[in-house]
Design a protein. Structure first.
Length: 614
């Protein structure tokens, strides 16, 4: 938006003589209006207590200097310096921490290798540092460290950025490229320091060590009291791996802090900056505050092709932001409108880079595939939101409305399976998309297996198994919960008897998702009959006394299982009251918010769309 305003400035000010044609007058008028609105919003959002919004029309007369409102306003805008000096740090404690940082650093040649990988292969993702500048700072840091100048370890803000780059670099590098890696302490000691992770020198172990060290350096830099660019840079870099490490809550908190720090130091303000700095500002810009309808002038110059991906991702983000609504509030018409918006965006999706040419950077293919994953994951989320509505439809062909969702899930799995780039597979969004695809296919099998042909059923089962294998191969710490959910759903669609397939309705679907989401509930139902009773005992035609009977001579509930039908009732009415499982489920109630269930549920949040089904 700011670039558009700059372009308008250039278009109007660069002419020697300004014509008075109606079109140019409209451009000038719109330009002035937008610039005024931008100034107002920047002031109001960055420092609300100092904001004095201008009003183009009907200006308000100044208040009486003696009025109480004016006195309070003046009082609030004064910088009285009401602050408490921080407690002086103990020199010995600080020195010990600095020495501990030195112990966990890699040897210089390995540091150069990891930093080079991090800047070249991942710099386009976080866009946090200038490549050339940081390399110079890195060399200066090591030169001073070799000369035993301990002052180099006191710049905690810069060291946090450095450790952040080491973290993401070593996480995304392959083990082959890290074979034989040496840490600095190994040059003079054979004893592993306590600050090095017990996970060892594998990529994940080193990433965890440097990740925690980067956060400690931020703390030493007093980042909550001293707003600094290094804080924003460090958090932007660490965001690449925080979800993979199961730190979604920490990421959420730190990201909000980084946005506020960026505002305090003026990163979100327009100004005379270089293209690189302006590009970096877009990462931390505020949500859209000016409606697209405000831009009414059609420009004759086509936009640069270099920003097509940015435009695409911005449009997808706008769709997602405008439709963050519980599924019970999304009418069929609203869902259809969402699908149409996604289709319109996909119609202008940038073409895939040509791998046979070397004109584009190597990461363009990764960027292209990640963007596709983004839009297809959102499309899949809409189909997940459709599931209860399709179950409510009694027409024989209602399930065909989900066929495009199955195609989307196949495309996600095929793209991931055929992509041989190891860097691509380590992005959290890739794992999330794979889990999304597997869970959707499994839920479709459970709900509509009777309507699918044997060939379709076999193919979908193979795809679910493929998604499970791919997640098992991931190094993301959060993969475990995704694996558990996929395994439980696989067990269910292999377990649910054909006679009961037609009885899967909205309430049964809610129970299924609750069952796979609550580990204690799942573990308490120790055999197939117990699971069937839990799911179908309240469904019309699901009489516990007859419908679930086992073949003659078999023990329906073996004593060793420790579970009988009465205990199932106790489970539903008593043991899990704290989780709200005993509450009756109305027509509008769907599934719980999975972040309350799993310690690392961020991997399956998108897949099961807990926010949409809540």
């Amino acid at each position: 938006m700011l670039n558009m305003v700059s372009a308008l400035d250039a278009g109007t000010e660069g002419q020697g003589t300004v014509t008075t044609s109606p079109e140019s007058s409209n451009i000038v008028r719109e330009n002035q209006s937008l610039k005024l609105r931008i100034r107002q919003l920047e002031l109001a959002l960055s420092r609300p207590e100092l904001a004095k919004l201008e009003t183009a029309s009907s200006p308000v007369p100044p208040p009486d200097p003696q009025s109480s409102d004016r006195i309070m306003s003046d009082f609030q805008t004064q910088a009285f310096g009401f602050s408490v000096e921080p407690t002086p740090k103990i020199a010995n404690s600080t020195r010990l921490r600095e020495n501990s940082v030195k112990l966990i650093l890699p040897a210089r040649r390995w540091s150069e290798r990891i930093i080079d990988f991090s800047l070249v292969q991942l710099g386009w993702v976080h866009y946090a540092v200038d490549d050339t500048t940081f390399r110079e700072e890195h060399n200066a840091f090591w030169d001073s460290l070799i000369e035993h100048e301990e002052e180099s370890l006191t710049n905690h803000g810069w060291i946090s950025v450095y450790l952040g780059l080491l973290t993401v670099g070593v996480y995304f590098m392959s083990e082959e490229h890290l074979h034989g890696i040496q840490l600095l302490y190994e040059n003079f000691s054979h004893q592993t320091p306590s600050t090095v992770s017990s996970l060892g020198k594998n990529p994940y172990g080193l990433a965890r060590t440097w990740y925690e060290a980067a956060l400690r350096e931020l703390d030493l830099a007093d980042y909550t009291r001293n707003p600094a660019l290094s804080t924003v840079q460090t958090i932007a870099i660490l965001n690449l791996v925080q979800k993979n490490m199961g730190e979604s809550t920490r990421e959420y908190i730190l990201h909000g802090l980084a946005v506020n720090v960026a505002r305090l130091i003026g990163m979100d303000h327009a100004g005379d900056t270089s293209n690189k700095e302006r590009g970096g500002m877009t990462i931390w810009s505020r949500p859209v505050s000016i409606h697209p309808g405000s831009f009414t002038t059609v420009m004759g110059t086509p936009p640069s092709p270099h920003i097509e991906y940015h435009k695409f991702m911005a449009r997808i983000a706008t769709i997602a932001r405008n439709n963050i609504t519980p599924a019970k509030e999304l009418s069929p018409g609203a869902l259809q409108a969402c699908f149409e918006e996604v289709d319109n965006v996909c119609a202008c999706f940038p073409p895939a880079p040509n791998d046979s040419t070397h004109d584009d950077p190597l990461w363009n293919t990764i960027q292209h595939n990640l963007a596709l994953n983004c839009v297809e994951s959102w499309r899949l989320a809409l189909y997940v939101a459709m599931l209860p509505k399709v179950l409510d439809d009694s027409s024989p062909s209602s399930h065909t409305a989900l066929d495009p969702g199955i195609i989307t899930a196949k495309q996600i799995l095929q793209r991931t399976y055929t992509n041989s780039n190891p860097v691509y597979h380590k992005f959290w969004s890739v794992n999330s998309a794979v889990v999304s695809a597997g869970i959707f296919l499994a839920l479709d099998l459970i709900c509509f297996q009777r309507q699918r042909s044997p060939i379709q059923i076999s193919e979908q089962k193979d795809l679910v198994a493929l998604s499970l294998r791919m997640i098992e191969q991931s190094i993301a710490e959060t993969r475990h919960d995704g694996i558990l959910v996929l395994r439980r759903l696989t067990h269910l669609y292999e377990t649910v008897r054909p006679a009961y397939m037609s009885r899967v309705d909205r309430s049964v679907l809610a129970k299924i998702v609750r069952l796979v989401a609550f580990p204690r509930l799942w573990n308490s139902l120790t055999n197939t009959d117990a699971i069937m009773r839990f799911l179908f005992q309240d469904v019309p035609g699901g009489d516990p006394g007859s419908s679930f009977s086992s073949p003659p001579g078999s023990d329906l509930y073996p004593a060793q299982s420790g579970l009988c039908f009465s205990s199932i009732s106790q489970v539903q009415s008593g043991e899990f009251d704290a989780w709200g499982l005993s509450e009756p489920m109305g027509e509008e109630e769907m599934v719980p918010y999975f972040g309350q269930v799993f310690p690392s549920a961020e991997l399956i949040n998108l897949a099961l769309m807990g926010d949409l089904w809540k």
